[in-house]
Ligand binder design. Sequence first.
Ligand code: 6R9
Length: 646
Amino acid sequence: MSETLENLLSEDRQFPPPADFAANANVTAAAYDEAAADRLAFWAKQAQRLDWFQEWDQVLDWSNPPFAKWFVGGTLNVAYNCLDRHLAAGNGDKVAIHWEGEPGDSRAITYADLHAEVCRAANTLTDLGVTAGDRVAIYLPMIPEAAVAMLACARIGATHSVVFGGFSKDALSGRIKDASAKVVITADGGFRRGNPSALKPTVDEAVAECPTIEKVLVVRRTGQDVDWTEGRDLWWHETVATASDKHEAQPFDAEHPLFILYTSGTTAKPKGILHTTGGYLTQASYTHHAVFDLKPETDVYWCTADIGWVTGHSYIVYGPLSNGATQVMYEGTPDTPHRGRFWEIVQKYGVTILYTAPTAIRTFAKWGDDIPAQFDLSSLRLLGSVGEPINPEAWMWYREHIGGGRTPVVDTWWQTETGAIMISPLPGVTACKPGSAMGPLPGIAADVVNDAGQIVGNGGGGYLVLNEPWPSMLRTIWGDDQRFIDTYWSRFAEHGYYFAGDGAKKDDDGALWLLGRVDDVMLVSGHNISTTEVESALVSHPAVAESAVVGATDPTTGQAVVAFVILKGNASASEAELKDHVAKTLGPICKPRQIQFVSELPKTRSGKIMRRLLKDIAEKRALGDVTTLQDAGVMQLIQQGMSTTS
Ligand code: 6R9
């Protein structure tokens, strides 16, 4: 990006928190002042939310940047903080997880149940020879054992590496090898779209290439037939279920490695993002308390993410459980067995706080307003969004049709690398603008800079940076400190800023608007145009449900805007009409050269649109790496559509 981003969309709607919400909010505007006065003292106070065996001597050691140490000298146990202390406080009988299987089976798991199962799993892992510092790969569907496995690792100081249950053999074996994992925890399979979908065969193939794996621990979920390697494979129900439920949690250093989670990247080798113990749990816990306003006594919280995504780590497992939340966990897809499944679950459990992704919201809007209208959603009091920029129209739809026009909507920006939410409204404080993540949370420093690393003023655009270290920051890329420095810290090295890789702008009030990955920015006739803004302009047309925009090489303009558009259920619109709509909304420079109507878009399992694959299509190239696609069939459909119309 040679110059700053053009500042295109304008949005002037604003939604202040309802008065009673603001009056009862966990966190008030005072938190910003407190953190501004003394950032490290602010984080030290938040760390007191946790139980420590040994308190720290120093809040932050930043003497060797970018390698941070938080809460130096402190010791704690993550599983103790998520479980034991709630039992000690008399909350053992409280439901931790209302689990809902896709076929409709369900389990209510109390904190005492979860504690006992985690202790059994911790004892089993210890019996299998896993000790502190060893790596354990977890390849499971969305079943409670996924959370149990993570917490059991944390309890014994083993570093977990969760791999999405939908990933291929190569993705799994690559991650196992990179981390030299000793054990894999998996299942026979899980339920997806109404059918059992096998996992064990993929593990068998992957492990055949991974000599470091000594044991494979298998949960029985679907009852499918599985191949069995005697001496290596063990059933969960024959080992964990029979192990002792007595286990004393040991203290670990605040900087002890807690987990590795791989980010898929575009074409490069996945990066093993390393998170540690004390700072990570402090920020996961604090942000869950502050951004979701969780009242552990009365709220029923539901984050719809998969546990294989960082959102599942921080906002299904570590944040909510450290805060003693009661939450819903769902195994399956939103349209199985019907398109009202999410709303049926909200109604069944009286969900009060819902956290989901823009891709899901746009899909629900496409399916039609009448579906959520059939369910009682009046329990909801707060909605959250994560994973991609949320288009203003999708934000409005979410608030109106899911939130009944009453609930605050918090758009939360963060990354696998940041470990926890960084930029978000505070629901009891901030007057939200639809589509904006608004500003950094208390204790967080974020800004927008130009090419030279200078902070831009209001109305300007450029690159998002984080200007100060934060507790849940990644500590390195597993086994590759140099790549850690090169990827995140070299772009603005002289300023000492973390480069997030996202484009952003500040509006006239200084609110932040995230504009997607910098790699996705288009350069049309010398103008930098964000794919996000053109997509939002398209989605603001009443007939459009979802869109993905790419810059394709063009002989006259350098790059030209090519848009892939999904229309709403019964709606229709012509290509010319949509082109004009974009030109009118954003200016003629943004007018797409071509609009392709499609029925699906290529997405990752966490719902991010894979624009590089669409770019391959727009530029008529062979497709790049498709291993992290949610549904590989989508690309064929789109290619067929292109060849019949262009
Ligand atoms: C949590 C998560 C990180 C990338 C990030 C950005 C995009 C996430 C966003 C958002 C705009 C938001 N992103 N949240 N963009 N608004 N609220 O998604 O982690 O999978 O590592 O992705 O996702 O581009 O850089 P991860």
